[in-house]
Design a binder for this molecule. Structure first.
Ligand SMILES: [Zn+2]
Ligand SMILES: [Zn+2]
Length: 173
């Protein structure tokens, strides 16, 4: 997604891009881009170019509890400030310095960052996701299994024993 600076007219320029997923490598195994659309308003001034991007991205995410993939839409809007004046340059991620040789603005990096910050904190296919059975591995959202839910915490085993010895009761509730 390149914008050629030479071809910009003064003032507002509008672009639309539909980059494919290979263009946006997220380097995250549990997230992939299914579809992305980006509308860019490029405001071209003498020394500065202000780019405002509105993005809608469909991502495929691997649920952290049931390991199934699910899709969700991310929407974000962000502005990147490009300047050729060093005194105007703010050393943050939304500010870029243009030098005399810069011919193109690449919007891909900003898009990748915007996707990453828009991702949900937790990757869960639904708040009601029941995950996988920790014994037989069945996806409990799809079917129920007959495994008994027992506690494997060995500390409880020790406590149980003490309790049984002291009380003669064969259960710990
Ligand atoms: Zn899930
Ligand atoms: Zn099971």
């Amino acid at each position: 997604m390149l914008v050629r600076i030479q071809s910009l007219k003064n003032g507002l320029n509008e672009f639309k891009f539909n980059p494919d997923s290979t263009e946006i490598e997220l380097n995250d195994e549990s997230v992939g881009v299914v579809k992305a659309s980006i509308s860019s308003n490029v405001d071209n001034g003498d020394q500065n170019i202000i780019v405002t991007n509105d993005i809608i991205v469909k991502v495929s995410i691997e649920c952290e509890t049931c390991l199934e993939k699910y899709e969700t839409d991310l929407e974000d809007s962000y502005t990147v400030f490009y300047t050729s004046e060093e005194r105007m340059f703010d050393n943050d991620e939304m500010s870029r310095l243009l030098n005399r040789n810069t011919q193109e603005i690449d919007l891909t990096e900003g898009l990748r960052e915007a996707i990453l910050v828009s991702l949900p904190m937790r990757f869960k296919c639904s708040i009601k996701c029941e995950g996988l059975c920790d014994q037989c591995g069945v996806n409990l959202n799809i079917k129920k299994c007959k495994c008994e839910k027992v506690s494997f915490d060995p500390r409880w085993e020790g406590l149980k024993k003490i309790f049984q010895e002291k009380t003669g009761v064969n259960r710990l509730n």
